[in-house]
Structure formats: structure tokens, C-alpha cells
Design a protein around this ligand. Sequence first.
Ligand code: PGA
Length: 692
Amino acid sequence: MHARKAITGILVNVCRLVISLTFIFSGYVKAIDPLGTQYKLQDYLNVVQLGQYVPDYITLVASVLLGGLEFCLGVFILFAIHRRLVSRLVLLFMAIMTPLTLWLAVANPIKDCGCFGDAVILTNWETFYKNIVLLAAAIVLCVKPLGMPRFISRSNQWIVVTYTIIFILFSSSMCLYTLPTFDFRPYHIGANIKKGMEIPEGAKGPEFETTFILEKNGQRKEFTLDNYPDSTWTFIDSKTVQISEGYVPPIHDFSIQTTDGSEDITDSVLSRRGYSFLLISPHLEKADDTNFGDIDQIYEYCQNNNYPFYALTASTDEGIQHWRDITGAEYQFYLTDETTLKTIIRSNPGLLLLKDGVVIGKWSHNDLPQLNDQSPKLERTEYGQMPQNSVTCKISKIVLWYILPLLLLTFADRTWKFTKWIKEKEHSNKIYQLFKRKKNMRKKIVAGNWKMNMNLQDGIALAKELNETLNNNKPNCGVIICTPFIHLASIAQFLNQDVIALGAENCADKEKGAFTGEVSAEMVKSTGAQYVILGHSERRGYYGETPEILKEKVQLALKNGLKVIFCIGESLEEREAGKQNDVVKAELEGSVFNLTAEEFKNIVIAYEPIWAIGTGKTATAEQAEEIHAYIRSIVAEKYGKEVAEDTSILYGGSCKASNAPELFAKPDIDGGLIGGASLKAADFMGIIDAWK
Ligand code: PGA
């Protein structure tokens, strides 16, 4: 079963690679030669006799879109973007192309189908077989689209889609405005036209066979030269057929003739030493005349410097005259085959510079060399030199502008995905969770609640003793002492709050003003205290503090930069009625769940069952753990797992040195809020040491 799955996976991804690379290549070579693709489309339309009905701009737009579509489909399959949709589109594309190429192969109306532009020329049958392979691969992808793993997460796919579309349309437009980025035709820069026309010695030329039809006694028969009969037979007819193609040189249809057809100057142009310019326009009627001024200037420059300037066209005399009328052209026109001219340069008009018969420069009419009567001789200009290493430079540009950004994006995306995956694994892994808890990700705390005990002198003495002991013997947890208001300012003077923090037991629910006897959060903060206990059951019970009042107090405390130890817990009756969970939940919802997650990070929860406070009765470690875990779960529900994991939840109620270790060993108990046992340094230290 596993092996079958693995083989399917490999097969799907091989098909993915074959389709994507083929589509990217064929799309790109079409896209960078929009005019070449347009000529091909027009050839097809002419075959089905529709050429005259479809305007040029439609075929041009169609050629840009066709190249772009193929390129995008290839890239999307490579990245496995919208896998289902894209593999169906690829199948649709192949389902249209395959029968079309079968027709091409059988009927042979056009010799080269043009599927790879001029980059790779296949015969029509080769194209058909290639398409059969691609069709099969497209079917595989369509059946198992999810077998292609994504290179980029779903949420980032739009970046690749947008960037690819922009890149290919921009490339196409640039190539249309100037010339194709890569020139695969025999007239590329560096090509020696005359050499391209030569047939190497010993190469086989095309072979022909002639058959003769002769008659004797009313009977007709066919003969060849080998079995030609005697003169009793009468000659009727003969026919000659080509039986083999023979060697066809890369350039086989290049010629330059005078417009009256009287002279062929091909050889004199190609054999000439030095520079000559060829202005190329297959159709002068359709040529772009916006830059004729630049052309005239170059012609003038040639006149001044004795460089020959030939204008080659396939247009009629009327076409030539029309061009002369609108541009005032003075240069001489010559005739060359239309297809040849279209092959030489993808611009109408375009300019070619030959040096000793070798092409050393090619320019679209939008990008003509700036040569005028002030310009030096060609040898001393950049135009007169053979461009160096242009292919490497072009490839580096593509890498820099397209491939590299996508690689970086993929890398960033995969790193992001990997960290997300690790985090998910951590959350779902119980062992890791346990390990993490024991590693104390959240703060462990032992806080003392002095309640209404100790006069100023006794309080200061106790605080001093604790300060000294803990500074000498550093605790393994956070230690806080919450004292009556009157102690705060004095104790804050000497307490090392990095080791032992100071807090109040209460603060007012009003900001300031005529509230006799109250102490505001701001006042507490001004003493140097950092914490305040709010919601203690004694204040809820004896002083009627409602959830609403506590909500105000919490807000004011946080606003003044105090951290809140917020107490919750059920009464004995509520516990006996099994309502403890509802009670603690309501208490949190009533006063602190209105906070933002950011504000909530300043809350320490203290679970204190009222029946255990000061009674000597402690909740068992299991009872406490159960409700602590529940409290954490509702915090998680409200603020998410991460906040819940970081929230310290303390236990309070008859906690002492003897039971603290058992309680603190529980994963959801992060320390204690200690009443009675915080009034003597030794007792309190015993509890703090439970963390050691
Ligand atoms: P207790 O008090 O430790 O004396 O039970 C705890 C508290 O009320 O905070």
C-alpha cells in the first residue's frame, strides 16, 4: 500500500515537472516574441481562410495572451498553486492542442507548428507525439492534483500569481516595444548571413525523379530514365517530383533585388567589407512611421560617412511611394521576400547593421541608434562594436528580477510554515507540554497577604527580615508581600523589589476626589508598590464588593501600572452544590474578561475556596488542580492557548509549608496566596522553599 502510494507520488511529480518545464519554456519563448507568435497565428488563420477577417491587433493580443497563459500555467503547476483548477486548465489546453497537432501532422498545411517559437523546431509528427506525452501527464495531474506538494502556502500564493502575470506581460510588452530578448533566428547578432546561405561541401542536395508517360498501340505506360523504352513508343507527358529534401542551409531565401527586378545585389551587399545598414520593412503600408525622423537622420549620417543604406521591403511600388510621401524618405528601396524580412527582425520597420556581412546590431524603430551629423565614425561608437556577452547578461537579469525574488519568497514561506508546524506539534504533544510546564514558562509566585495585621513597626521588622533572608538565599520563584496601606511607603524604601515585590491589599474604585478613607490605585503606585490584591472573598463578603466595583478597581489598577492578583473562589455551599466551576467562571467574566489579551497579561489569578481560608481546611492537591486546570481552560477559551499558558494561577486557603510542596507539584498550580502563614518569616520561607 505504502509502495503504491510512493510510486503514485513520484509519477505525479514527474508529470508535474514535465508539464511545468515544457509550459514555462514554450510560454516564455512565445511571450518574448509576440510578433513571431502573431505571424504563426496568422498563418493558421490563412490556412482555414479566416486570415482576412481577423484584424492584426486581435492576433497580436491573442499571441501575447497565449504565451502568457502557457507560462503562467507552467509556473503555477511548478508551485502547485490552485492545484485542482490549474491541472484542469492544463488538461483543457492539451485537449485542444493535441487534436489540432494531429490535424497538422496529417494535413501538413504548415511545416513548423511554432509551439516552441523559433527556439526548437519540431516536425509536425514530433509535435504530435510530444503532445500525446503532455496530454497523458495532464491527465495524471488532473486525477491526482493533491499529489503535488505546495512550494508556497495558500495564503501567499497570490504573490506568485500576481508577480508572474506582471513579469510575463511586462516582458512581452518590452519585447514588442524593442526586440525579442533572445533571438533564435538565423539573423541573430553575430550571424554571418553569407555563411548561413552556404551548402557545405559534400552535403546532399534535394533529389528529384522524373517519370515519362509513353504510348504504344493505344497502351500508356510510365517509364523512368533507367528503363526508358525504344523509339517505337510515343512520348505523351513527363512529371518531376522531389523525392528527398536534401540539405537546406539555415538561410535559404535571402535575396536583394532592385525594385524593377533587373539586378540582384545580394552578393555585393553581403560581400562588402565595412559597415552597411539595412532598413527592414516587410510591409511599408503597415509600418510604424512615428520614428521616421530618426531613420532619416541615420540615413544622412550614412551619406556623410559613406556607409551604404539599403531599405528592404516586400511592398509594391505604391507602398514604397506611399512611404516616401508620408516620410519624405530619400533612400533607395530594394525587394526581398516578405517572410524573410519578417524573420530578419521583429519590428516594422527595423534596422540592421552589417559589418563584413555579419550582423552586429539590430534595433526596433522604437529604439534606434542615436546617430547624427555630429556623431563620430561607427568604429568609434558603441553601435559599431559587436555586443559582448549579451546572453549571459540577459539570463542574469531574468534570474535577478524573477527567479531570485521567487526563490527568496519560497524560502521565507517555507521557514514560516516550518515554525508554524513546530508550534502546532508542541501544542499537540503531551510530553512536550509537561516538559514545558516543568520548565517554568510562566511565573511561579508565592505572595503573602498580611490582611489587617501588624502595626507599622512590626510590619517593617518582618519585611526587613524577609528582605535580608531572601537576598542571602535567592528564591526559586517570585515573592510578593501585600501589606496594609500604611506600611507600603516605608517598606518600599528598603525592599529589594527584584527579589521581593510589594503590593497593596486593596485600592479604591474611584480615581480620586471626595471619598473619605479610600486609597486610590495611583496612591498605591506612588508608594512604590507594584501589585494589588483585588476581589478577595473577605472584601466581597464583608465590604460588599460586587463584580462591577471590582471591574472598576481592576481597570484603575492596570491604568496606574499596577499588576493585579485577582481572587476568585466558591463558598462551601457552592462547592457542595457542585457549582464551583460556574462560580469562578462568573467571577472572571464579571470583572476581568472584559480586558484585552494584552491587559490580561498583568493579571495573576488566585483561586481561594472560601471554605479553606483561615479555617485550616485545605483543598486537596487534586481538588485544587482540577479547578486550576478548568480556570486555565476558560482563560484559553477567552484569550487563546498562549495567554492561558502564560497566566500564573495561585492557590490560597490554609496553604502552609507542610502542604505547599504537594500543591505546587501540580501542573496548573503556579504558587500560593498565603494569609496566616505569611505573618512569620520562618513560615513564609518554608512555603517559598517548596519551589526548591
Ligand atoms: P489563609 O488565607 O492562608 O490564612 O487561609 C489566604 C488568603 O485569604 O489569602
